[in-house]
Design a protein around this ligand. Structure first.
Ligand code: PMP
Length: 339
């Protein structure tokens, strides 16, 4: 991992280039609410998403445990909606390791093509609920055991949330000069929300933490009542859980104050508006996060600072979110410039 003598402004390869992303003021959301609504530009990480951080956190932990050695043969297996796989595959390439990435075949073509392009050993599986042994998470665990490889286990491996506690959270605190009233984002593993929540609450317990949830996910219900109730479904990828709180999220339950639900139509409106009016081109979960930040800001009233995560970029979902046919079939708004 050590690239030798380094110049102070130089990042050491992929591993050194993850993080320290800009915090962008979202002009329209801020104007609409009288608050400062700020988006952490995680789509600017070298693998293109917030999950580069989790990938690196987990791999660094595996190195510290002696499970992987830089420059020596090693294999990492992971089940993922795609973005964690991309981060792992690129980080593995930089160290001379192999990556085996298990993804449900319903994830966007762009993410699957990208994984193939960067040399990941891609294993597509049918989408199955977590209770089914064919679910991508269980398949990845079995594969890792069979191969004698490292299983990243992003859902329950606490190195995931820990890296956000150590990096993303403190970056947000520093970038806002500690003047932050609320933070909100959606959860897949919950690593992002959990780690940032812990970092912010330890600096100021008054910072309000709100879990944002798509339709079809039961995490908002879990936060409010402790039970898992979900209705509907969502076209967003990488977020929401129908029937469980992953270990990373469950470990941070005490730091979560409330939850907000966001529909696909609300999320997409933000995706299209951010792109066409502010030049910020992001995917569905980022749109959902911004819609949630607006709801939190309205609840708090004018004069507050609300931060959220811009998880990844729009190009990763061109064939879905920017495909009029796909949107029309689901009764979702079609952007006028694509008609
Ligand atoms: N947005 C996207 C696009 C993702 O791929 C993921 C991770 N699956 C998330 C949000 C959620 O991040 P986390 O796993 O840290 O909850």
């Amino acid at each position: 991992m050590d690239g030798g003598a380094q110049l102070s402004g130089v990042a050491d390869g992929f591993w050194g280039a993850v993080g320290n992303t800009p915090l962008i003021r979202l002009r329209r959301a801020s104007a609409a609410t009288g608050c400062e609504i700020l988006g952490k530009a995680e789509f600017m990480n070298p693998g293109g998403s917030v999950k580069d951080r989790a990938a690196l956190g987990i791999l660094k932990d595996a190195v510290a445990r002696g499970q992987l050695v830089p420059g020596q043969p090693g294999t990492i297996v992971e089940g993922t909606a795609g973005n964690t796989g991309i981060g792992i595959a690129l980080a593995a390439n930089a160290m001379g390791w192999r990556s085996v990435i298990v993804v449900p075949e319903t994830q966007s073509r762009e993410k699957l093509d990208y994984l193939r392009m960067i040399g990941a050993d891609l294993r597509l599986v049918a989408p199955k609920p977590f209770s089914d042994p064919g679910n991508y998470v269980h398949v990845s665990k079995r594969l890792a055991e069979e191969m004698g490889a490292v299983w990243a286990n992003q859902f329950d491996n606490l190195a995931n949330a820990a890296v956000h506690d150590a990096t993303t959270g403190p970056e947000i605190w520093d970038q806002t000069d500690g003047r932050i009233d609320a933070f909100t984002c959606a959860c897949g593993t919950g690593g992002t929300l959990a780690g940032i929540a812990r970092a912010l609450k330890s600096r100021d317990p008054k910072v309000r933490i709100t879990l944002a949830d798509p339709d079809g996910s039961a995490l908002a219900s879990w936060v409010r009542t402790g039970t898992f109730k979900a209705e509907g479904n969502s076209i967003t990828e990488g977020i929401g859980q129908a029937a469980r709180a992953p270990g990373n999220l469950a470990a941070a339950r005490a730091f979560i104050d409330d939850a907000v639900n966001v529909s696909d139509a609300e999320a997409l409106t933000e995706v299209f508006d951010l792109q066409m009016h502010e030049g910020i081109s992001v995917g569905g979960s980022a749109g959902l996060n911004v819609a949630a930040a607006i709801k939190v800001a309205r609840d708090l009233g004018p004069g507050h600072t609300v931060v959220t995560i811009l998880c990844d970029g729009a190009a990763r979902y061109q064939s879905k979110l920017f495909n009029p046919e796909f949107l029309r079939e689901r009764g979702l708004p079609v952007p006028s410039w694509l008609e």
